[in-house]
Design a protein. Sequence first.
Length: 301
Amino acid sequence: MGLSTPVGLRARVLQARGVPVLAVVLAILALWYAGAVVMNWQTEGDRLARAGQPFDAAQHVAATWSAERPILPAPHQIVAEIWKTTVGVRPTSPRSLIFHAQVTLASTLLGFAMGSLLGVALAVGILHSRTLDRSLMPWIIASQTIPILAVAPMIIVVLNAVGVAGLVPKAIIATYLSFFPVAVGMVKGLRSPDRMHLDLMRTYGATRSQVLAKLRFPASLPFLFASMKIAVAAALVGAIVGELPTGAVAGLGARLLAGSYYGQTIQIWSALVTASALAAILVALIGLAETAARRRMGERP
């Protein structure tokens, strides 16, 4: 009888969703461990042969999962490195992933905020101006065809030439990547209200600003939050890319550079996994904000 209650039904739904996710995770881990064996087989085999001690296939496989500088680290090596560089050191230490994540997060959030505001402003302008729609929108789309790896050094060099350094150049690169999905999504969202609703607003003598505030903007919220989830991940990528050409000593990008200089693949992968986890947290926070906004507008959970 308990299964017929809403709580029991919800538990069954969550369990049904969790099984496929768990199966995918296990499949990825299995492929990852198999890939580590294949990628590290030759180098570890040569190392064991140089040691002059006999070894069997099981020892060879174990060696590929415990190499000091593997071509492809095993998942447990990455987890151990993340644990060592988060729990094992002070958060303020330059060896801490928390320290580097905080540096990257600061430029990410600033760039995401500027990109979101710019995207919304562009969308409102495009909505109310046919000239902007025809002239600006193609340039917005064309801007995203330029590789960020080509743009980032130019932005940093130009801003350094005028005395702007530190957080702002990285935030501008994050803005460059994050404004586009917000602008495109908001244009679609602001144009989504039904024509009958628009005609009704005009019948009551509503001004453009009232139509925007009372009808268009509420209707665009699902598009806005969906775009912001893409934008915040893009902003994180932009912040990391912005750290690469500067020779930064702090940030996840700096961590990636240091790992590549010294051949520390485990350090590189730990920074990548940390960046992925950080992106997932940011997207989840935007999802929570979306839920709160919908409830405030009267939508039932």
